[in-house]
Design a protein around this ligand. Structure first.
Ligand code: NAI
Ligand code: 3PY
Length: 390
């Protein structure tokens, strides 16, 4: 039986490059960037939230130059081969994380893979901070209690939670987002930091040292930082542990039953990174056995599903992968994804510093003639725009 084609909205129908966006994205700047680059832009408007590989192959069709895809999609050999066969060589995830993309398969098929670093850093860190507070002060439980009409007066014992000031926040993965979150918890709540990362977070260390000195100059207790050499050390020492590494083979189920058992009984674990970093079945069991332990989760192992039992637990706060959901960030992600694809199609070089993509986000000027972040640029032998040529 023939299936009806997926619905699309077309911009600039006579553009010379055909670019697909598998989802509508916020703002209009991203469309303008592609149209200015001579693209016909087809935005899939199908109601279905997660498109299958077959759906995306249908969208790619027999002629497609570039695609902007989403983190919910499985970008492996099949899709990159289909894109190559359709004459395409540019892809961008609308996300900084690209664990849904087989970069090796993309490279083999000659397709550049873009991502959207930097523009999500503060927004994601702020949601991790919000989750931390919600868990520490039992905000969601208390809100449900009020709405259920159960509040019948102030009590000395009602919804007692954890004070953050002076406690230790543990960061696993102190990259852009992990470091931004750590700074918020240090500056906002005077927490001490313990972190584990493969690399030294020099800027974070300098910030905490300087802020500690400032606090001392005001007659307050200083804040401190400590870099430890194992995940276990973070788990033993911290009152709050927030996870911010990339998801790869080294971080899959990084938090498991044995490691949860090392944490303080009243600790909080926050995950605004990727679901599979936590063994969610083990977490459910740990939360059931330790009612004073709390978890605050933006991401889930089998997204969009939760493991059985999680949604029944009052000591878990759960939100639907919204950490990057501020207007500025989502429009910025769309802009960077479009600039990645447009830059590649126009034959521009790759931007030199994925940690500083702000020139692409300045609405008052034209974006630089470059792709902001192509993760397989070196393997594809793409030219990098050096700072000297700016
Ligand atoms: N929930 C959400 O909506 C969002 C989730 N994310 C996730 O957050 C991740 C991090 O993003 P950024 O901070 O921008 O990336 P980043 O690359 O700046 O930071 C990742 C850090 O993880 C560290 N790392 C890698 N392997 C590790 C290991 N085995 N153990 C400990 N640390 C390890 C890296 O050295 C790096 O410092 C993304 O890859 C994405 O999966 C990002 C944005 C929004
Ligand atoms: O950018 C990412 O990796 C996300 O998870 C978007 O929210």
């Amino acid at each position: 039986m023939a299936t009806s084609p997926l619905s699309v909205e077309v911009h600039n129908p006579y553009g010379r490059f055909r670019v697909i966006s598998t989802k509508p994205m916020p703002g209009s700047r991203w469309i303008n960037i592609l149209v200015d680059a001579g693209c016909r832009v087809e935005v899939c408007t199908e109601k279905k939230t997660i498109l299958s590989v077959a759906d995306i192959k249908e969208l790619i069709g027999s002629k497609c130059d570039g695609v902007i895809g989403q983190l919910t999609e499985d970008w492996g050999d099949e899709l990159f081969a289909a894109l190559k066969a359709a004459g395409g060589h540019a892809f961008s995830n609308m996300a900084v994380g690209y664990n849904n993309v087989n970069v090796e398969a993309a490279t083999r098929n000659g397709v550049a893979v873009g991502n959207t670093p930097g523009v999500l850093t503060e927004t994601t860190a702020e949601l991790a901070a919000a989750l931390t507070l919600a868990a520490a002060r039992r905000v969601v439980e208390a809100d449900s209690f009020m709405r259920a009409g159960k509040y019948d007066g102030w009590l000395p014992t009602l919804f007692i939670g954890n004070l953050l000031k002076g406690q230790t926040v543990g960061i696993i993965g102190a990259g852009r987002i992990g470091s931004a979150y750590a700074r918020m918890m240090v500056e906002g709540f005077k927490m001490n930091v313990v972190y584990y990362d493969l690399y030294q977070a020099t800027r974070l260390e300098k910030f905490v040292t300087a802020y500690g000195k400032f606090l001392e100059s005001q007659g307050e207790s200083p804040v401190t930082w400590k870099r430890v050499s194992t995940v276990e050390d973070v788990l033993r020492l911290a009152d709050v542990v927030s996870l911010h590494p990339v998801l790869d083979k080294t971080t899959y189920h990084l938090i498991n039953k044995d490691r949860l058992a090392l944490m303080k009984k009243t600790a909080i674990i926050v995950n605004a990174s990727r679901g599979p970093i936590i063994d969610e079945v083990a977490l459910v069991q740990h939360l059931q056995a330790n009612p004073e332990f709390r978890a605050a989760l933006d991401v889930f192992e089998d997204e969009p599903y939760m493991k059985p039992g999680l949604s029944d637990l009052p000591n878990a706060v759960v939100v639907p992968h919204i950490a990057s959901a501020s207007k500025w960030t989502r429009e910025g992600m769309a802009t960077l994804a479009a600039a990645n694809v447009a830059g590649k199609l126009k034959g521009c070089p790759v931007w030199h510093d994925a940690n500083n993509v702000m020139p692409f986000l300045d609405e008052s000027s034209k974006p630089p003639a470059a792709s902001p972040s192509i993760v397989n640029a070196k393997n594809l032998g793409l030219k990098i725009l050096t700072a000297a040529k700016l």
